[in-house]
Design a protein. Structure first.
Length: 400
């Protein structure tokens, strides 16, 4: 590059903003080799983001560890494989660098880590860490020793920690000793019980955002009435497997919610779907969740072959949904060899084009309460897709 190039005279602060969009490998081995000035900037850049997975070449890990300054790393993501035939990336990285020198580390994500390596990392970070975000994923069937549980409890007590993701067995969650008071503001976990959930909410007074994938509960309606948790403003409940009545009861403890997300992983029963579509959401939300601004959902359930799709959307075509809240809904009907399935999606999950998830269905159509120009409308826009290859195949079989 010529010395007269205007790019070469840019302030370091502006160049740093551009480097924030690149990974460590591109910064050190591409950008840093352009000229001497860029080499100096690259090796002094103190906001490096490093990500390695079990597919990362060993040579790349070793090469990067040889030149990177640990104190310049602020984001670190390491993910091993459940199948130990793959490279142990986390163990290799720990051998090639000094984690104790990562004094600026702000975000750490560890996936499918061996317990010994996890202990090695935690022993260092609980004494020197300035972490604000921690994500930990452990094999669902993995049971940790008491020493690891003690270290995990010390990790969640790091004063600077604000965001925590635990993809671990609920038995591990049950054993963690939460600090009092706890500084965590955002928590996402894989699964928990009703008692565990309320214990967490009670011990995390600063918690604002909470998400979980599974809720192991049998008798939530028999829970003794507790105080409401006004600190919670965002709640995400994925892979729903409890009834609408229990969902209502659970949400009644969170009157300050601004954001709510409900999704199902597997196809629910017809009764669940009918209850959801007839759920008196306007009354419930208006009374129990008066501050709610955004409601995202993706619910799939079995349905009748003669379903009237327009009647399903009728409860979502009121002024409360379209004019007051500006919440739009798409209903998707699919029919194939396994039966008929109806999906109700909020606008974040639906699109103005025909939904991609219809591609594998034999016959499918959808209706939505939103027009392509985003104008408020109580009528429906209809789309229809017919899988002609499937129909042709059926005709051939019939002829044979």
């Amino acid at each position: 590059m010529e010395s007269s190039s205007p790019f070469q005279t840019l302030p370091v602060e502006l160049i740093y903003r551009m480097l924030d969009l690149l990974d460590a490998k591109d910064i050190l081995f591409s950008f840093g080799h352009v000229c001497r000035r860029f080499y100096t900037i690259a090796h002094n850049y103190n906001r490096l983001s490093i990500k390695f997975t079990y597919d990362s070449p060993i040579a790349d890990i070793r090469q990067l560890c040889r030149v990177v300054k640990p104190e310049n790393i602020v984001v670190l993501s390491l993910k091993d494989s459940l199948y130990r035939s793959k490279n142990n990336v986390i163990q290799l990285f720990l051998r090639c660098t000094f984690i104790c020198q990562m004094t600026r580390l702000r975000s750490l994500s560890i996936g499918d880590v061996e317990e010994y390596d996890l202990q090695t990392i935690m022993h260092v970070l609980i004494t020197t860490s300035t972490l604000t975000s921690l994500s930990l994923k452990i094999n669902k069937i993995k049971i940790l020793t008491n020493d690891s549980i003690v270290l995990l409890s010390a990790m969640v007590a790091i004063p600077s920690l604000r965001k925590l993701t635990f993809v671990v067995d609920r038995k591990i969650i049950d054993q963690i000793l939460w600090p009092n008071p706890c500084t965590i503001q955002e928590l996402r976990i894989r699964t928990c019980t009703d008692e565990n959930l309320f214990n967490i909410l009670h011990q995390l007074p600063n918690l604002r955002i909470f998400g979980m994938n599974e809720f192991n509960i049998q008798s939530i309606n028999q829970i003794v009435q507790r105080t409401s948790y006004y600190q919670l403003t965002s709640f995400s409940f994925n892979y729903i497997s409890i009834s609408i009545d229990k969902i209502e009861f659970l949400l009644s403890f969170f009157p300050s919610l601004i954001y709510l997300k409900l999704t199902t992983k597997a196809t629910q029963s017809y009764d669940f779907g009918k209850r959801f579509s007839q759920w008196e959401q306007e009354h419930f939300i208006g009374k129990k969740l008066p501050l709610l601004q955004k409601f995202d959902f993706d619910i799939s359930f079995m349905c009748d072959n003669n379903l009237n799709l327009e009647s399903v959307l009728t409860p979502f075509c009121t002024s409360f949904w379209l004019e007051e809240k500006h919440w739009f809904v798409t209903a998707i009907y699919r029919h194939d060899n396994w039966g008929s399935i109806l999906t109700l999606q909020s606008s974040i999950f639906s699109t103005e084009i025909f939904p991609n998830k219809l591609s594998s269905s034999a016959i499918a159509y959808s209706a939505t309460t939103i027009r392509s120009d985003n104008a408020l409308k109580r009528s429906n826009d209809w789309n229809l897709r017919i899988n002609l290859s499937w129909i042709s195949m059926v005709n051939i079989k019939c002829l044979l």
